[in-house]
Structures are given as structure tokens and as C-alpha cells.
Design a protein around this ligand. Structure first.
Ligand code: CA
Length: 354
């Protein structure tokens, strides 16, 4: 009897190894920290979708528990928490880390840079993803695209911005490289956690802010205190990120790694579609519900000054940081090629069909 039991056990093991069933049954529980509060749809919904896909694909064996900023209380601490292994994953935006490591800045969106389809092409097929891993390697982390907002609105201003002088001394929340550009033009720039934006604007801690676009902005009520809503220049394709602790990822069975990669990629692209839909939907309602909102576009003078400041700062930062330069050169070369196609395809179609 004993002999037969051993034979059966060996056979079961052999079948499990051949089919991969053994690895698929490994129970893994991860924790993910979001920069966002628990109700910041669609960012939070996208993360929940990703975790649900992983759980379903693994037959309930790979579980990712999500902590919002309401729970861990450290919206901008998530990079350090993943680095330290306190969380295996985070959902955030790479440009928030410019103060820690400038090489992490260019993987969200750059002023006057690529649109979302162009940037996705760069990430997945134009070398962007490889450069992102190169930038994150010194931090023992991987970073993956985590959902795109599409072109963002330029922000909410209490007062109309008519000349460059109106930007001087203005206190504004604006992250990423765009913040550097506005600082160059005399704006007092700050970054504030998403959960505190409305209070900061309402109390006058800041005079202006940019957040995302109609779908997300209107729920936060900025229009009540700052009725001038400017079109964008600064974030033409904001890609959020999944940060993953390298050691934790490498310890996963191969099939779980693939489930995670696939779930992140699908959830990211789905958020792009969802946010596009919700911005269109929200704007169609806002335009009639809040007729006092004034849609403005920065004057050519202001735009040209922003472009000049952008070029100057890009050069300075590239001269001082070889990896930053490598990423910016890659983006610039890719943009040069891909924009010709964008113009021939989407742009030429749209200009005659608006
Ligand atoms: Ca933004």
C-alpha cells in the first residue's frame, strides 16, 4: 500500500510540474499603496480592475490588497514604501519623484510632448519601457504604465491670465516639468496631495491649480472658486504608473509575473478609454450646468514664453544628467517621426471634420 501511495504522489507531482499547476496554486498576497484617496475614480477603479483580473486569472491564489492614501496617510511616500518592501506595489505618477531623482520625471508626460497614442507607441514599441526600467533600476523597482488621462486641461485660475505679468508671483499647484517651466516664468510653484487640493484653492493657499480634466475636476469643485478654465499645454498624455518592488516581482512564479504584466497593461489602456468617455460625458453636462465657467486658451505670447522656457530648462537638465538626456533624446527623436504620421492621419482628418 505504502509503495503505491508513493507512486501516486510522484505522478501527481510530475503532472503538476508539467502543467504548471503547482506554481498556479501558490498562494501569494501582495499589498499595493495608492497615492490617491479611496474614491478618486477612475484612478482607483483602474487599480481595482487590475487586482481583480490578477485574482481571477490565478484562480483566487494571487491576491493584491489595495490601501488608499486615507489608510497609509502618505500619498507621496509610496515610492519609498515600495523601495523598502513595505508594499510590493504602488499606483502613482512618475513625475512626482522629480525631487528624489530627476531621471524619473520624464515618464508621465512632458510639456509640449507626445499625445497618448504617440506615447503608448513610444512606451511599448519605441524603447520607452526599457528606458523606464533603466531609470528605476537604481531604486530596485520596476515601473509600468498605469493608465492615461489623455490631454489634460491647463488648470483652474481665480483670475484671467492675459499677460506674462499675470503669471508672476501667482501661487499654483502644478507638478512635473511644467512646474519647472512656470517657475522659470516667475510663478510660485508647489505640489499638493490630491486630497488637499480644493481646500488649498478655497483658502487661498494657492491662486490656481491644474488637476486632470472635466471628468475628474468637476467632482472636486474647483469651478466654485476659480472660474477660468484653461486648455492644456503641460500634460498632453499623463501616464500613471505601477511601481513594483523588483525582489518581490522576481520571486513570483513565471505565470503570476505574466498575469500581473497583462493585468496592468489592460487596466492601463482601459483607464485611458474610460477617462476619455467620462471627460466627454462630464463636459456635456458641465457646459449647461455651470455656464459661468470660462474656457480660455493662453495667448500666443504666453505659449511662446512657455515653449522657450521649456527648451532652456530641458537643455540645462539634460546637460547635467546623462540618463535624463538619453530619455529626452529618445522622446524627441520618436516624436519627430511619429508626429508626421499623427498629422497625416488623425490631424488631417480632424481639421476637416470638427
Ligand atoms: Ca495634472
Amino acid at each position: 500500500m505504502h509503495y503505491w501511495k508513493r507512486i501516486v504522489a510522484v505522478l501527481v507531482l510530475a503532472v503538476a510540474v508539467v502543467t504548471g499547476a503547482n506554481a498556479a496554486e501558490k498562494k501569494v498576497v501582495w499589498k499595493l499603496a495608492m497615492t490617491w484617496g479611496g474614491t478618486l475614480h477612475p484612478f482607483t477603479t483602474s487599480v481595482e480592475n487590475m487586482a481583480k483580473m490578477v485574482e481571477t486569472m490565478s484562480g483566487g491564489n494571487f491576491v493584491i490588497r489595495i490601501d488608499s492614501a486615507n489608510r497609509h496617510k502618505s500619498p507621496f511616500g509610496v515610492l519609498d514604501m515600495v523601495k523598502a518592501g513595505q508594499y510590493e506595489m504602488a499606483h502613482s505618477a512618475s513625475y512626482y519623484w522629480k525631487g528624489k531623482d530627476v531621471n524619473l520625471l520624464p515618464f508621465t508626460s512632458m510639456p509640449f510632448g507626445m499625445t497618448a497614442p504617440e506615447q503608448y507607441a513610444w512606451f511599448y514599441y519605441g524603447g520607452g519601457l526599457e528606458l523606464m526600467q533603466k531609470a528605476y533600476a537604481p531604486h530596485n523597482m520596476y515601473s509600468f504604465p498605469g493608465g492615461n488621462t489623455g490631454a489634460q486641461m491647463g488648470g483652474w485660475y481665480r483670475k484671467e491670465i492675459k499677460t506674462l505679468d499675470d503669471l508672476k508671483g501667482l501661487k499654483m499647484r502644478i507638478p512635473g516639468f511644467a512646474g519647472e517651466v512656470l517657475a522659470e516664468l516667475g510663478t510660485v510653484v508647489t505640489n499638493i496631495a490630491p486630497g488637499e487640493l480644493y481646500t488649498a484653492l478655497e483658502r487661498g493657499t494657492i491662486d490656481a491649480l491644474e488637476w486632470v480634466g472635466p471628468g475628474m475636476d468637476i467632482k472636486l469643485g474647483f469651478h466654485k472658486v476659480a472660474p477660468y478654465y484653461y486648455t492644456g499645454w503641460h500634460e498632453p498624455a499623463t501616464e500613471l504608473q505601477y511601481l513594483v518592488n523588483q525582489k518581490a516581482f522576481e520571486a513570483l512564479p513565471e505565470n503570476y509575473k505574466e498575469m500581473l504584466r497583462v493585468a496592468m497593461r489592460v487596466a492601463a489602456y482601459d483607464m485611458y478609454a474610460l477617462n476619455y468617455h467620462e471627460s466627454a460625458q462630464a463636459w456635456s453636462e458641465i457646459a449647461t450646468q455651470f455656464p459661468h465657467i470660462k474656457i480660455e486658451t493662453f495667448s500666443p505670447d504666453i505659449m511662446n514664453a512657455m515653449k522657450a522656457a521649456n527648451q532652456k530648462l530641458l537643455k540645462e537638465m539634460s546637460d547635467a544628467n546623462p540618463l535624463f538626456k538619453e530619455v529626452m533624446d529618445s522622446q524627441a527623436q520618436y516624436l519627430k517621426k511619429v508626429r508626421v504620421w499623427t498629422k497625416m492621419s488623425d490631424f488631417d482628418y480632424l481639421k476637416d471634420n470638427l
